[in-house]
Write a protein that binds this ligand. Structure first.
Ligand code: NAP
Length: 326
């Protein structure tokens, strides 16, 4: 089964009922529901699977026990393909209104229009912003434990963060690295207790709590990470080969701002319980929304997506003057 989405018959200028922007679980979910409502649907996104491409095994999606994330993406993709929803691999630059329709402008493949739009644009990885971070990116600095852990077999690494990504990543890295330092700025974790327990059980992990990374150094590759105690200011130099920065994500504030979509103070798209944004006809789902911040799961993205597509269906019905929606 190919993961490469294709939209052979879609031509610039073509009109749709619904355009879903994004290609992660929320986008697949919205596309599925939209297609099942028999709405002419187009998906435009860049990375099939979105953030799920950076996950390993997923064991908390009902009915898909212990599924490999890659297989999960293929399962979602195949389900949407069953309804012949075209998928364009492109970046959406802007949305604008023309009469009752939205014009969705892509970076490479022209404009497409739709009566309703579902934004499932996800979030971007947060950076530490310390000296050496950019210089050694891809040369010892990684933002994805799941992707890069096997490259650190027999090495020593630092993991930064106290959320699910950091703890899950640290646990995975203990299976490859000889030593894992977990640096977290507090002494409490926001990760689910099960991940904290799993990491604490590992003999090759050392916790550096109430601490922050201040510097990453090396020659060609990372060789040293400096950690400062936030309690007494004492610094420690760790001789390591890699650092995994797993400190969460930020929304694409600029996209929302450019397109008149209202956000909360952090830049997450504001939605109501029906996943409606401030712009009638534009809905949002998944990690880009301000709903359920701190509990980002594939299942919550899928749930929001189903609601967003349902709302798009009702909205289109109302446009047609038919108020007997589902
Ligand atoms: P997160 O939950 O936002 O946690 C980010 C962590 O990094 C926090 O511990 C935070 O510290 C720390 N941090 C943030 N900015 C920092 C900075 N500038 N310097 C140092 N530390 C910083 O992010 P995440 O762990 O990537 O998870 C993102 C979402 O995906 C969450 O909703 C999570 O539940 C979900 N997720 C779920 C799973 C799963 O269910 N299996 C796996 C991975 C991710 P503080 O705690 O002090 O704020």
């Amino acid at each position: 089964m190919s993961l490469i989405p294709r939209a052979p018959n879609v031509k610039p200028g073509e009109k749709f009922d619904v355009i879903v922007v994004g290609l992660g679980p929320a986008a697949y979910g919205a596309a599925l529901y939209s297609a099942r409502y028999m709405l002419k649907t187009l998906v435009i996104g860049e990375t099939p699977g979105g953030q799920l491409t950076e996950a390993g095994e997923v064991d908390d999606y009902l009915g898909l026990a212990g599924i490999n994330a890659g297989d999960m993406i293929k399962t979602f993709s195949a389900h949407v393909a069953k309804y012949n929803v075209p998928i364009l691999m492109d970046r959406v630059e802007s949305l604008s209104k023309s009469g009752e329709e939205f014009v969705v402008r892509t970076k490479r493949r022209g404009d497409y229009s739709a009566k309703a739009v579902v934004l499932a644009i996800g979030v971007k990885r947060r950076k530490l912003g310390v000296p050496g971070e950019d210089q050694f990116a891809g040369r010892g600095v990684s933002y994805c434990s799941v992707c890069d852990a096997p490259l650190f077999k027999g090495k020593r690494v630092v993991v930064v963060g106290g959320g699910n990504s950091a703890l899950e990543g640290a646990e995975l890295l203990t299976r490859y690295a000889t030593k894992v330092y977990l640096v977290h700025r507090r002494d409490e974790f926001r990760a689910q207790p099960i991940y904290v327990k799993l990491v604490k059980e590992k003999p090759n992990v050392e916790f550096l709590l109430n601490s922050r990374v201040t510097k990453i150094e090396g020659e060609k590759l990372v060789r040293r990470v400096t950690v400062e105690s936030l309690k007494d200011g004492k610094t420690t130099e760790l001789e390591v080969d890699g650092i995994f920065i797993e400190i969460g994500f930020d929304p694409d504030v600029e996209f929302a701002k450019r397109n008149g979509i209202e956000t909360d103070e952090f830049g997450y798209i504001k939605v109501d319980e029906w996943m409606r944004t401030n712009v009638p006809g534009v809905f949002a789902a998944g990690d880009c929304t301000q709903m359920w911040i701190g509990f980002r799961q594939v299942v919550t993205a899928a749930a929001q997506a189903a609601v967003a597509a349902h709302s798009a269906y009702n909205y289109i019905n109302e446009l047609k003057g038919n108020t007997g929606g589902a």
